[in-house]
Ligand binder design. Sequence first.
Ligand SMILES: *Cc1c(COP(=O)(O)O)cnc(C)c1O
Length: 473
Amino acid sequence: MKYLSTRGGLPPASFTDILLGGLAPDGGLVVPESYPAIDAATLESWRPLSYAALACAIISRYADDVPLHDLAAMTGSAYCVEVFGDDEVTPVSEINDGLFLLHLSNGPTLAFKDVAMQLLGRLFEHTLARDGRELNILGATSGDTGSAAEYAMRGRKGIRVFMLSPHGRMSAFQAAQMYSLPDPNIFNIAVDGVFDDCQDMVKAVSGDLAFKERFAIGSVNSINWARVVAQVVYYFKAWFAVTASTGPRPVSFSVPSGNFGNVLAGHIARQMGLPIARLVVATNENDVLDEFFRTGRYRVRGSAETMQTSSPSMDISKASNFERFMFDLLGRDPERVLALWQRLDRTGEFDLGGTAEFARIGDYGFCSGRSSHVNRLQTIRETAAASGRIIDTHTADGLFVARRWQEPSMPMVCLETALPAKFNETIREALGRNAPRPEAYCDIESRVQRYALMPRDVPMLKRYIAERCPRSG
Ligand SMILES: *Cc1c(COP(=O)(O)O)cnc(C)c1O
């Protein structure tokens, strides 16, 4: 399998060539030259597979330069009951007739990003060891992504993580989750500022190309291709669960969306031949994506226009993975993608409304909707009343929009993207009681915490990194 850039400026590269990278050199995103087609017989032959074996079967088609035996060992150790608390890894439950939840949040940080990140940590370690290299991951987090990255990279050889977070601005649970990690390769840097300050410091350091090269600085952001492909697996797994008693038939999925990574994986599964009817893109009040799928207009927002909501992991102003779907929608023509993104850079928007391409959007199964704080609270209450199950705020957005698009006799699976314990304040607001917390996390706030406090000072950050990277320096 070769990889290309959505903007045409990347010489064909292999999976491990692109594994550790971010954007393609031309500013585009890396995509496979084609999606491997899975015929009905192959699909059925995968039905009895464990999650780990299914992951290996699917990902090996994209990662054909990782030895199969090694890939099987990595999926085997990532996708097991010890890491995800369930033999199914991502179990499915029915909340009422034809409406299902796909549980993606039983990994170490209680949100779906663990599913991809746990494999990514192993793939990074494997590839770095093969090449005798090291990597220093530098990132900024407001909570979820940073902790998933730290839990995936902790203790891994050849990898250090430098994670900036806004001091005193995360929930006590989120801060404890990150700051209590004892591993010597994890460096938490609590910045005296807000998330945007952390982000700016990361950009300043990564923008110093000499420093970046010398200290092998990398990232694990949501455009990483391996993360996307690891997420394809659970669409297959869920489809097998929902069609276990009926045999092959189409199934719809509803996905709480922000950066368009999770639902893009559903699009890829569908392109591979998985019988998916609808792909419902559910947004919160930050409805950049809903606006596009309704009207064809894609208008990114500034940070002043990005609202802080009670489903904070979906508070995005532009969807960083969206370009990958646009590449497919525009007939995989890099020149058209480049032209569109040049317009986006110039004017902050583009509009495909009324074009032949946009008219075909339904052929891809996509539809969308938006949810608000009130919808979220109401959905959490209704779900608790009807099924006794407490869902998190992001999942509530997905479920709220799913109900609008549900068709009689078409199963609909909503992706559960976090556990409610992570967003307990809103659960208390909705239900007047606490969300249940998994036992292993009961004492998390009282564990010893370890972090460096730092002002918004880029030279100080560089020094901090340099002092801790003996070999690269
Ligand atoms: C990251 C995240 C999302 C959004 O997923 P994307 O892949 O960015 O669309 C939704 N819910 C939760 C809990 C998340 O952490």
